[in-house]
Design a protein around this ligand. Structure first.
Ligand SMILES: C[S@@+](CC[C@H](N)C(=O)[O-])C[C@H]1O[C@@H](n2cnc3c(N)ncnc32)[C@H](O)[C@@H]1O
Length: 374
């Protein structure tokens, strides 16, 4: 008789604005019925599902397992109920806990005391008194007198792929770059050009998508330290991932006016293991020529304050428009633009594909509406 596997509930945390794209990605990875909600994506399944999401998601920031939720209007009740949850599945007695709390519309509104109470209750449940800032992260949300408790399964944040050591100004988060490529429908089959590549994030994420390498292939995850970690399941997922890898079938090119940024981008591509698939050159975007008849050209121009003057920004957008409607007219073209500056590019016939927050600035992904030539 087949043994029924335990199903757990999980939550993939995303940057605000990326919930839908992350849900579509999880579905494509093979996860059943992911549900986008504000702040992330809910999904359920056996442990394999959790491993799959951590290994393959290019857009989630971290993945947590829901341990349970309890009604609590006073601290003794909170303690009593939290002790009874199945902490031993995810934590060990010697784990030092890092309990993060947020409170909304609840009688228990003192996050420090909630953290202390949860920490003591979990310690009691595990038969330990270990507390303090440790590796095992417990996330607690008090909302309307209900306490929702989760354990982090990722450890290091998922956008920290580990390839970006060389700093440049205003790099894009790796998860955001991947989400933008997916939103634009880029699947790793057609040429791609980043006209202002900076540290190379778009091009490197594109290479990882095109060669079908999971972003979590070579890293450790917090779930590997759980008592119930199933290394056999994980190794099968890695073998399956390795079978899918291939050489990149299309040109992936990045350029930037700043030589130092290009040195950093090449360095980053080497660390990401995709240097053979990408091409970076120091060049102003005004001089770019298309490397193929069609493809995707995109860029993340500097924001107003970095470029010095607002008139400088208008000039840059005008030249970008000339590039996109001139030699790249047959290409799909997109750019990032702070929402506050969208009026400056109104005449370029853009449509807005996505709005997200990047380093506290509200930014839109604009795609040029192409006029079909017959
Ligand atoms: C916001 S940064 C891009 C960051 C990049 N997406 C990353 O993840 O590292 C903007 C870049 O535009 C470049 N830039 C500014 N004017 C340019 C021009 N005319 N041609 C090419 N690159 C330019 C800057 O040197 C800078 O690296």
């Amino acid at each position: 008789m087949a043994v029924k596997q335990r199903q757990d509930d999980y939550f993939a945390i995303t940057l605000p604005g990326l919930e839908e794209i992350c849900a579509a990605e999880l579905e494509q990875i093979g996860i059943a019925s992911p549900r986008p909600v504000p702040g992330g994506v809910e999904f359920s399944g056996p442990l394999r599902t959790l491993y799959l999401a951590n290994l393959w998601s290019r857009t989630a920031t971290r993945v947590v397992v829901r341990v349970g939720d309890v009604a609590a209007r006073d601290f003794p009740a909170l303690y009593r109920k939290v002790v009874r949850l199945p902490w031993g599945r995810y934590l060990r007695p010697d784990d030092e806990l890092d309990v993060r709390v947020s409170c909304q519309r609840s009688r228990l509104g003192h996050s420090g005391r909630v953290a202390e109470t949860v920490s003591e209750a979990v310690g009691h449940a595990l038969g330990t008194t270990a507390t303090g800032t440790g590796r095992a992260r417990v996330l607690v949300r008090m909302e309307d007198d209900r306490c929702y408790l989760s354990v982090d399964s990722s450890g290091e944040l998922l956008h920290r792929r580990g390839y970006r050591h060389s700093p440049v100004a205003a790099p894009l988060r790796e998860t955001l770059a991947a989400a933008i490529l997916m939103t634009l429908g880029w699947r790793g089959e057609s040429p791609l050009v980043d006209a202002m590549a900076g540290s190379g994030t778009f091009v490197i994420e594109a290479a990882l998508i095109a060669c079908r390498r999971p972003p979590g292939r070579n890293r450790r995850f917090a779930f590997m330290d759980w008592p119930g970690y199933r290394s056999g399941v994980w190794n099968l997922l890695l073998q399956d991932a390795d079978r899918q890898q291939r050489a990149v079938p299309c040109v992936l090119q990045g350029s930037d006016i700043d030589d130092k940024a290009i040195v950093a981008a090449i360095d980053n591509a080497k660390r990401a293991g995709v240097a053979d698939f990408v091409n970076f050159t120091a060049q102003p975007m005004q001089q770019l020529q298309p490397p193929a008849d069609s493809g995707l050209i995109l860029c993340n121009p500097p924001y107003g304050e970095r470029i010095g003057t607002k008139s400088g920004l208008s000039e840059l957008y005008r030249e970008l428009g000339e590039l996109y409607t001139g030699s790249f007219a047959q290409w799909q073209s997109a750019m990032l633009c702070p929402c506050s500056e969208i009026d400056r590019v109104a005449d370029l016939n853009w449509h807005n594909r996505l709005v997200f927050s990047n380093g506290g600035v509200k930014v839109a992904l604009l795609e040029r509406t192409r006029v079909e030539t017959t």
